[in-house]
Design a protein around this ligand. Structure first.
Ligand code: NG6
Ligand code: CA
Length: 508
């Protein structure tokens, strides 16, 4: 009977009445913030265990050479969602919280690919890609364009980062629970009269900012932020609840997709482990690495919540889960939360064997955790050393779903589905890495060429080696993954080849 119904439905072209199928699995991208390659126990971390993420790796493929396109947030997310390198587009550096949307609304995006295939699409968590098209943004009405125009049917987000204003939740592009008599205003230059700031009132802070790095503006929940704000008190978040709130909204979205009998695409952009690190109450003091360790535990728990929920709903087998991070790790990113001290004391290396970190041109900047689990189609317990880039998810999913990307539209995204599903170990032909100062690096066949640039070799406030140098740099990543021996002088030919390839690609 079931069979007859099925074939009838197919004959009638009624495939949209079915939820996920083998060719249209649910897709969950769990995208964490500032998590280093070496922060996971499945990648060698010893001090803080990440059992839920380790289980993902055991049931799927753990990639050791996967990359975000940049070592900061906005450009990496831009690439993930658009399949384009961010350095091709101006204004895609780390955005202030009152920036306008940086993704053009008339281009193909990752969520639009899923929409074309009949999916319900959603984003829950951190956005940081700008909102609206007018400055200043009016936070007291629906702000558009935003996630909807980028291809998300549903959004529950905070606009930028947890350490900058506006410190509010937004659901479907409206401030959550906003009261008419408490309108929101945001300013990145000066405090509002009567507003208490971290700078003027350090005695009100429960989490102290690093005076060298600012974060001493608007106070919410006893934590100073970047920028100033007034009003919107009922829309503001409590940091300790962020994990819980986002988990719940993510689950509600999955339930909605089941009700609507559509497969889902959920971009679950977990706020952890970015600063200000303020673990939920249940996680405070649970790790040996201070708040940074505690929020790693919380982040891992969030993954467990999702995996359990998929299991309970019978969705585990045919859901593709991708776990990754937007850029490499940082310890002191603006708050004095003992992360650097505890990591040093216990020799925890968030970047693993890789040099540098967030903002950096060295490998730890973009080499991020990347795990793919899909029980129905991907073999369990594999590791892959293939070179992969987040920029390719758009073309690879388009290929899986049989969606054709418009022929006349240029993107950087390429179909590496077979590599991503572990059917092949084919490397991406090459990748380009973007550090904070835009001096690009190119990696091909295990060789990395770094463009010379001005700028400090060390970002002293965050204590991260940038990799910036006035000289050409060439590293053999296979023999020297820690980028210690510059071989540019020894192999000028290879330098020229990589330089030329980088130049050609930039001009495309
Ligand atoms: C930096 C902030 C840092 C963090 C980062 C964005 C200062 C001194 N530092 O400018 O605290 O917010 O931006 O991080 O303001 S990201 O992961 O979203 O790229
Ligand atoms: Ca980040």
């Amino acid at each position: 009977m079931k069979k007859i119904f099925l074939s009838m439905a197919l004959l009638l072209g009624m495939h949209t009445v079915f939820a996920q199928t083998a060719n249209r699995p649910n897709v969950l991208i769990i995208y964490t913030d500032d998590l280093g390659y070496g922060d996971l126990s499945c990648n060698g971390a010893r001090i803080v265990p990440t059992p839920h993420i380790d289980r993902l790796a055991q049931n799927g493929i753990n990639f050791s050479n996967a990359h975000a396109t940049a070592s900061t947030c906005t450009p990496s997310r831009y690439s993930l969602l658009t399949g384009r390198y961010a350095w091709r587009k101006e204004g895609t550096n780390i955005l202030p919280g009152d920036a306008n949307l940086v993704i053009p609304t008339n281009i193909t995006t990752l969520p639009k690919v899923f929409q074309q295939a009949g999916y319900l699409t959603g984003v829950v968590g951190k956005w940081h890609l700008g909102l609206g098209n007018r400055s200043p943004v009016d936070w007291n009405r629906e702000v558009t364009p935003g996630p909807r125009e980028v291809g998300f049917n549903y959004s529950f987000i905070f606009p930028a980062t947890a350490d900058r204003v506006p410190t509010i939740f937004m659901e479907n592009q409206q401030a959550l629970g906003l009261e008419k008599n408490d309108p929101i205003a945001v300013d990145y230059r000066k405090a509002f009269p009567g507003e208490l700031t971290g700078k003027a009132h350090p005695e009100l802070l429960k989490q102290h900012n690093d005076p060298r790095q600012g974060h001493d503006g608007h106070i919410v929940n006893g934590i100073g932020r970047i920028g100033f704000m007034k009003g919107g008190r009922r829309s503001e978040w409590t940091d300790e609840e962020l994990g819980y709130v986002f988990s719940n909204k993510a689950l509600d979205f999955i339930d909605r997709s089941m009700k609507e009998k559509k497969p889902f695409f959920l971009y679950y952009a977990i706020h952890n482990i970015h600063v200000p690190r303020m673990p939920g109450t249940a996680f405070k003091g649970k790790s040996k690495l201070g708040y940074r360790g505690d929020v790693i535990l919380e982040m891992d728990h969030s993954v467990g919540v999702m995996m359990n929920a998929l299991k309970e709903r019978g969705l585990l087998r045919n859901t593709v889960v991708i776990f990754s991070s937007d850029n490499g790790p940082v310890l002191n990113d603006g708050y004095l939360d003992q992360s650097a001290e505890t990591a040093a004391a216990l020799d925890h290396r968030p970047g693993g064997i890789y040099r540098g970190g967030k903002y950096s041109a060295f490998e730890a900047g973009t080499r991020v955790p990347f795990i793919v689990q899909w029980p129905a189609r991907v073999a369990a317990g594999k590791r892959s050393a293939a070179l992969v880039s987040q920029v390719d998810l758009m073309a690879s999913f388009a290929s899986l779903l049989g969606v054709r990307l418009p022929a006349g539209e240029f993107t950087d995204s390429r179909d590496y589905l077979t590599t991503l599903l572990g059917k092949s170990s084919r490397d991406r032909n090459f990748i380009i890495e973007q550090p904070g100062n835009h001096a690009l690096s190119i990696v091909k066949d295990g060789w990395k060429y770094m463009t010379p640039s001005k700028g400090p070799a060390l970002m002293s406030a965050v204590n991260i080696e940038t990799g910036y140098s006035a000289q050409d740099q060439l590293y053999n990543l296979k023999k020297d993954p820690g980028e210690r021996v510059n071989l540019a002088g020894k192999y000028p030919q290879r330098v020229q080849e990589l330089k030329a390839l980088l130049k050609r690609t930039m001009e495309e």
